[in-house]
Write a protein that binds this ligand. Structure first.
Ligand code: SF4
Length: 732
């Protein structure tokens, strides 16, 4: 270990609490005769950390199944995990570092050593920093990987302010809104079960299978269900009330429900009086949102708003499941603040079957400055973070891809010399994909790491092959559940692949930051560092299923809430002092039928998007078993819209707006609002190859139609992906 490693800087900085810890017993079965073993590990396919059993024979993983003994996934595993070996052993897997030999995007490569690859990137970084300043180095992290904190440590230590990731449209709104309202994000106590569950903006049966199973179990036991979603999700079909909200207008609906709850005296007076601040100001705010006005804004009938408010406020206990769909757009942070307040004033916090605010176990906390090394970033360098309002820089560290791409294309306000893309596919994930393409074609140097070639990686100058989660040991700390899980290495890395955090660690050493990093990230010392103050070593952790915070109820009676006032801060003076709105008020986003009615004449529909269970964002399209389940992008419209525009179920259709057009396959869904189009997210076609327009990256890619320019949510920089105007017609 180098002289100033993680544990040396950790001492006493962690958020110390007194959770009761539950440790489960190991199951690692080994049969020496056949060299066959079953290894228990935690899935890192998304943030849910489901328990998996991986059967390994003679060093080859041959089977993956859900772990029925796992404390919260109970054997459930989604198709992505069950097909994971198709990905691990895929013949197209990137196995060695390569460098570009032909024109950018031409698909001509030469194998190089890791030394050459890391050296090339490190030298470019040092040169760019020296010549153009640290802001000229753009780092992008593609999706929430468990290893990301090591890259962020590098970013801070090397003083790099130009950083983008999906945070502004994924998970950050809920985390920050919770923190400014009552503390950690609440965990719905679904297994209790609640008498009522409200699912707001989440296709849980597609994206969070383990919770969907629990919700279904609760429904079997008589739980009432309310669903807020423009899409007819699986749960919308079995809901007592389904509120088909206009995409992007959720906060107005939330404030309308609060209006009803206050006016009908359905709120929890004892809780409001004793555990909240600013309720009187909320009363004033929601006067602007009577149900009839909310109907105009949201397209949800006033009577349905009232009914949903009544059911949610009077059926106790009630739990809320909120989703990523409402963390996108100008209202992202206030959306989540509004819902945090709704679940508070109805008295559902910290009660059995309600929403539990639980501390995370005391492992390494990536937000702790001792871990992130945020204090090494000089304030004058941090101030170079690109933002669209100079006086405020937002609450969140990352900036937006639009602002960086604009800098690349116009050399304003400064020059961007290079980009390192740590996984993910900017071309399918970032808004206004045509602009992203231009920026990546122009940038002088571009390096990327990933498991496979994709439209973005294909534009790189140097490509680094990454490991899957089966190929290295790690401590998974969840963004979502109050637990940490043991990710056990099951097989040796394929080819010469490296884990992403090893790439960041080695880059850090090459640019001269060895004192803050590890000699090797693959040692027990490093893994023990990650376990922080848990009191267990990684060797002991291997024998433990997970470390989690035990469910506790009503702890606010003893400790209050984790805010300055120790109460739920409906009105946030802290936000006010920082120059942000202290209350969550609705703002009509740009480019909607209300804010831009002229657009409606040409583009009468509005689109949102859905994510299929088979694919995590742009990933997994190359997995044959998953493509067999859903070979094409499916765009959902109502039968009325289909009839009006001459589109039948199964037809290919165009979705077009002022930025371009894309093609997806129509799926007619009865009951949907005829003005709404639900497009399929993040499509590209690996089977078309790099030679066919970079895997046909723009043919069905919804981000051809999104914008990504300001105005953003001023708190976290979220851009609009919902409620954008479009027109549809059959593709001949
Ligand atoms: S939901 Fe699927 S991908 Fe996510 S952790 Fe669970 S099994 Fe893995």
């Amino acid at each position: 270990m180098a002289s100033r490693g993680v544990n040396d800087t950790l001492g006493g900085h962690f958020f110390v609490h007194t959770p009761k810890i539950i440790m489960k017993e190991v199951r690692r079965i080994m049969s020496p005769a056949s060299r066959r073993e079953v290894i228990k590990t935690a899935c890192a396919g998304c943030l849910a950390q489901c328990g998996l059993l991986v059967t390994v024979e003679d060093g080859v993983a041959v089977k993956i199944e859900g772990d029925s003994s796992h404390w919260h996934s109970h054997g459930s595993a989604c198709n992505r995990a069950l097909s994971y070996l198709d990905r691990v052993y895929h013949r197209e897997r990137l196995k060695y570092p390569i460098k570009r030999t032909g024109k950018r995007g031409e698909g001509k490569w030469q194998r190089i050593t890791w030394d050459e690859a890391v050296d090339t990137i490190a030298v470019k970084m040092k040169e760019a920093k020296e010549k153009f300043g640290p802001e000229s180095i753009w780092i992008h992290s593609g999706y929430g990987k468990v290893t990301d904190w090591v890259l962020e440590r590098f970013i801070n230590a090397f003083n790099l302010p130009t950083y983008t990731n999906p945070g502004p449209v994924c998970m950050v709104a809920r985390k920050f809104a919770s923190a400014f309202t009552f503390g950690p994000e609440p965990l719905p106590d679904i297994e209790y079960p609640p008498a009522c569950i409200i699912i707001w903006g989440s296709g849980h049966e597609e994206t969070r299978r383990i919770d969907a199973v629990k919700i279904n179990n609760a429904l079997k036991r008589g739980t009432k269900l309310v669903v807020v979603d423009p899409r007819k999700t699986g749960f919308a079909q079995s809901a007592e009330v389904w509120l088909k909200v206009r995409p992007g207008s959720d906060l107005a609906l939330c404030l309308g429900m609060i209006n009803v709850i206050i006016n009908k005296n359905l709120y929890d007076k004892d809780f409001v009086e004793n555990y909240t601040v600013g309720f009187d100001k909320l009363v004033d705010l929601v006067k602007k949102y009577p149900p009839e006005k909310v109907e105009e804004i949201t397209w949800v009938p006033a009577e349905t708003v009232k009914e949903a408010a009544r059911i949610y406020a009077t059926t106790k206990p009630a739990a809320m499941v909120w989703g990523n769909a409402i963390e996108q757009g100008e209202n992202a942070f206030p959306n989540m603040r509004g819902l945090a307040i709704l679940r508070s004033i109805t008295g559902n916090l910290n009660i059995p079957g309600g929403d539990l605010i639980l501390p995370t176990p005391p492992a390494m906390n990536r937000w702790d400055p001792a871990v992130s090394l945020a204090n090494l970033m000089p304030p004058e360098v941090a101030a170079k973070k690109l933002w669209w309002e100079e006086e405020k820089k937002g609450l969140f560290k990352a900036t937006t891809t639009y602002l960086v791409e604009k800098a690349v294309l116009k050399d304003e306000p400064f020059h961007i010399e290079m980009c390192y893309c740590n996984g993910g596919s900017l071309l399918t994930m970032a808004p206004n994909a045509n602009r992203t393409y231009q920026a990546l074609m122009k940038i002088p140097f571009f390096a990327a790491s990933d498991l496979f070639m994709n439209p973005t990686v294909a534009l790189a100058d140097v490509v680094l092959p990454s490991c899957t989660f089966l190929e290295f040991d790690f401590v998974e700390a969840s963004n979502y559940y109050p637990l940490i899980s043991c990710q056990q290495k099951c097989i040796e890395p394929i080819g010469e692949c490296w884990p992403d955090h090893k790439i960041a660690n080695e880059l850090a050493k090459k640019v001269g930051l060895g004192e803050y990093f590890w000699e090797s990230v693959e040692t027990d010392k490093t893994l023990n560092d990650m376990l922080g103050n848990t009191g267990v070593t990684f060797e002991e952790f291997r024998k433990i299923d997970a470390i989690m915070t035990q469910k506790t109820y009503r702890q606010h009676l003893y400790n209050g809430f984790a805010t300055d006032s120790k109460k739920v801060e409906i009105y946030s003076e802290k936000l006010e002092k920082m120059g942000y709105d202290p209350l969550p008020d609705y703002k009509e986003p740009e480019e909607t039928p209300f804010s831009a009615p002229d657009l409606t004449k040409e583009y009468p529909m509005v689109f949102t998007n859905w994510k299929a269970e088979k694919y995590r964002h742009s990933q997994d399209k190359y997995v044959p078993s998953l493509r067999a389940l859903q070979p094409d992008p499916l765009c959902e419209i109502s039968p009325e819209a289909g009839k009006k525009y001459g589109i039948k179920d199964g037809d290919w259709m165009y979705i077009e707006n002022m930025r371009g057009k894309i093609k997806q396959k129509a799926k007619l869904v009865s009951g949907m609002d005829p003005r709404v189009v639900v497009t399929d997210w993040a499509w590209w076609y690996p089977e078309r190859g790099v030679e066919e327009n970079l895997y046909a990256w723009d043919e069905s890619n919804i981000n051809i139609l999104t914008n990504g320019e300001p105005p953003y949510d001023p708190n976290i920089g979220s851009w609009n992906t919902k409620g954008v105007p479009c027109k549809i017609y059959r593709a001949d």
